[in-house]
Design a protein around this ligand. Structure first.
Ligand SMILES: Cc1cc2nc3c(=O)[nH]c(=O)nc-3n(C[C@H](O)[C@H](O)[C@H](O)COP(=O)(O)OP(=O)(O)OC[C@H]3O[C@@H](n4cnc5c(N)ncnc54)[C@H](O)[C@@H]3O)c2cc1C
Length: 358
């Protein structure tokens, strides 16, 4: 094998995994990151995320033991307005994204340093530079609108309110559904910090909606902390051209490749596995594209199910709530578990997530 010099743009989770794997194969690897340090975007991080994941299978696939950074969720609640339905927590994890030693980013960065990957921080991919990038350059710029524009790629926009800070609990998450948003509000506790996000795709979230969410939090969960900030960002769209690994000779890596669960928006598992796939693409673009398609082959069907079936139901949380009251918590839970089981066969990352087809 001829060793190459590979440049990776973005020192987030997928870029670091790609860089590590390439270095292990003997390539010279330089990671360029626009922030002053690793730890992802300073707009959102520090943050804590919740994700379904098969930690062991994913660690084996990417060649890095990520288990120290993923913490099993002990309990997770789904709320339809104020109505609680406890969800099965098995297979759900919280993970910290930041530059603190307890984060996933710190674990991956250390692995890269040990392997000999080189880094340039405060080094952003620019439009001028784009035309001259050698084929096989890896783009791992995450959910960043400027990067999508730069690469002339389709994307949608999400809007929302976020709050974060110190917390005295761990291993707990909730998901909150209400008509004032198209997606959900969620909180994630991990490593003594919390991250709370209330968000919609393609629709601004007004202050009244935030006040409803805050009312729910303090009334039902007894939580009233947090300075709220209004944020927005990019989200990949599913269309014939996306998800996609290769674009004009460049290798798309992580969420910018479109590898984000099209139902719930879980991006962690897709970012992890496509870091490895992007590294494979440097030597074997054809084989890596097939592997990428294996992971994303059901995205289109799931995306359309969400658009055409779920969004109609989702707009009537009052009816879902009434149905759940009639069924009672146990039968509602059984219905949800069956939905997840079916979803497993039809969506997301094969073998790596409870909402996937293994
Ligand atoms: C607010 C928020 C909450 C989320 N919550 C969850 C959740 O609970 N569960 C879940 O599964 N997923 C969640 N996701 C999705 C998940 O975080 C992403 O899919 C995942 O982080 C993407 O990983 P990545 O490696 O593609 O990019 P990232 O880890 O975001 O890394 C991208 C890196 O590229 C850098 N960069 C950007 N532009 C440039 C440039 N032009 N030049 C150089 N560097 C650049 C950035 O600074 C960053 O360090 C959330 C996303 C957001 C934004």
């Amino acid at each position: 094998m001829q060793h190459k010099e590979v440049i990776v743009y973005g020192a987030g989770m997928s870029g670091l995994i790609a860089a590590y794997n390439l270095k292990q194969e003997g390539h010279d690897v330089l990671v360029r990151e626009r922030e002053a340090s690793f730890g992802g975007s300073r707009i959102y991080n520090p943050s804590t995320h919740t994700t379904p994941l098969d930690v062991e299978a994913t660690s084996q696939y990417i060649g890095i033991d990520i288990s120290p950074a993923f913490h099993p969720v002990e309990s997770i609640s789904l709320y339809l307005h104020d109505l609680l339905i406890p969800l099965p927590a098995a297979g759900a994890y919280t993970v910290e994204r930041s530059s603190r030693p307890s984060s996933l980013d710190a674990l991956l960065y250390e692995k890269c340093l040990e392997a000999g990957v080189e880094f340039e921080f405060e080094r952003e991919l620019t439009r001028e530079e784009l035309a001259s990038l050698p084929p096989g350059t890896i783009i791992a710029c995450g959910l960043n609108p400027e990067a999508y524009k730069l690469l002339n790629m389709p994307y949608g926009t999400w809007y929302g309110w976020m709050a974060r800070g110190d917390a005295d609990r761990s291993g707990y998450s909730w998901i909150w559904l209400d008509e004032c948003i198209t997606e959900y509000g969620y909180i994630s506790y991990c490593n003594d910090i919390y991250y709370d996000l209330l968000f919609s795709y393609g629709q601004e979230v007004d202050r009244d909606c935030l006040e409803r969410y805050r009312g729910f939090r303090s009334r039902v969960e007894g939580v009233d902390y947090g300075e709220w900030e209004y944020v927005s960002g990019a989200v990949p769209v599913v269309e014939p051209d996306s998800p996609r690994l290769m674009r004009n000779g460049l290798i798309m890596c992580g969420t910018i490749s479109g590898a984000i669960d099209p139902f719930m928006g879980f991006g962690i598992s897709g970012a992890l596995v496509t870091g490895k796939v992007a590294a494979m693409a440097v030597e074997d673009p054809g084989g890596a594209s097939e592997e990428f398609q294996r992971f994303t082959r059901n995205f289109n069907a799931v995306f359309h199910f969400k658009q055409e079936v779920w969004s109609g139901l989702r707009a009537r949380v009052d009816l879902l709530e009434e149905l759940a009251r009639i069924l009672g918590p146990k039968r509602s839970l059984r219905l949800i578990a069956e939905g997840i089981r079916k979803g497993r066969k039809s969506s997301a990352i094969p073998g790596f997530s409870p909402v996937s087809c293994s």
